[in-house]
Design a protein around this ligand. Structure first.
Ligand code: NAD
Length: 290
């Protein structure tokens, strides 16, 4: 396939490289001066999109996606697909889907889970929204860049799944960290806490697979001075998107709202910037009730 790839950062770069390695003809564009193995570079987004069967975007946010879409959709040929893998707000995904449909183009919102390691290793999970035709066109590429792709529903459903998942993740991480900090103050050994909770009804992915306590459970960013992993500021971005969506859909999400407020304080006032999102545990350790 002829593929245009726009946004070749930490995630997009290795994803584009994997597509090229698999034999696709990939033309890339990024505002920054980057070079990716096997990818020929274009001078603009429109240039990268011209003549492409599929254009993939991997961009920082919804405003940038909307701006890039305005530029690239007119350059695309009828029947081609725009596949946005960025994490953006549901409204932006739906707006771009509508513009694509008007131009007789296919659109898939397909945010990913799996982080930089998953992008490099081709083991991402894609959660996709769009028509059957659009999903079918993108699926062979998801199979190269990832290990699983779930078609979640119509346009926007991929972003909806992503932010609901990450809202659960943020809330659960905070719950796990505050429970460890409480256990410390009650004199409970952390390993014993893990042994009990990881096999009891309080278990979760954050406890069992990504334990925030150093030296406890499988290896995780806590064992590496809380270097990300999944940075606290990216968790904050996703929690903000979840609350923006909750506003727009009039959904009551008090735990998500509180998780957003805690991660905002952590990132903006408490040195959490650049730390893994599990560094909430040392944050709680230092605190008392007031
Ligand atoms: P990044 O900042 O490393 O990459 C974004 C790239 O987009 C940059 O290279 C930037 O120069 C480029 N860019 C910005 N505006 C542009 C424009 N108008 N035209 C062309 N290029 C432009 O970010 P990333 O970590 O690769 O994340 C990309 C997306 O993936 C984000 O939406 C993020 O939320 C999501 N995501 C990231 C991770 C992660 O672990 N990093 C995990 C899952 C999802």
């Amino acid at each position: 396939m002829k593929i245009g790839f726009i946004g070749l950062g930490n995630m997009g770069g290795p994803m584009a490289a994997n597509l090229a390695k698999a034999g696709h003809e990939v033309t890339g564009f990024d505002m920054a001066d980057v070079s990716i193995e096997g990818v020929s570079m274009a001078t603009s987004g429109a240039h990268a999109a011209t003549g492409a069967d599929v254009v993939i975007t991997m961009l920082p946010n919804g405003a940038i996606l909307r701006a890039v879409a305005k530029e690239v959709l007119p350059a695309m040929s009828a029947g081609a697909a725009l596949v946005d893998c960025s994490t953006v707000d549901v409204d932006s995904a739906r707006a771009v889907a509508a513009e694509a449909a008007e131009a007789s183009l296919l659109f898939v919102d397909a945010p990913v889970s799996g982080g930089i390691g998953g992008a490099a290793g081709g083991t991402l999970t894609f959660m996709a929204g769009g028509t059957e035709d659009a999903f079918a066109k993108a699926l062979p590429l998801f199979d190269i860049m990832g290990q699983k792709a779930v078609h979640c529903g119509a346009a926007g459903a991929g972003q909806a799944a992503k932010i609901c998942n990450n809202m659960i993740l943020g809330v659960t991480m905070i719950g796990t960290c505050e429970a460890f900090a409480l256990a410390d103050k009650l004199g409970l050994d952390r390993q014993k806490m893990f042994d009990v909770v990881s096999t009891s009804s309080g278990y979760s992915w954050t406890m069992n697979a990504y334990c925030p306590a150093p030296g406890v459970g499988p290896s995780s960013p806590a064992d590496n001075d809380y270097k990300p992993g999944f940075a606290a500021e990216l968790m904050l971005k996703d929690l903000r998107l979840s609350q923006q969506a909750a506003e727009s859909a009039d959904a009551d999400t008090p735990m998500g709202e509180l998780a957003q407020a805690l991660y905002a304080r952590f990132v903006e006032e408490e040195d959490g910037l650049g730390m893994d999102f599990s560094a909430m545990l040392p944050r709680f350790e230092k605190r008392s009730r007031d």
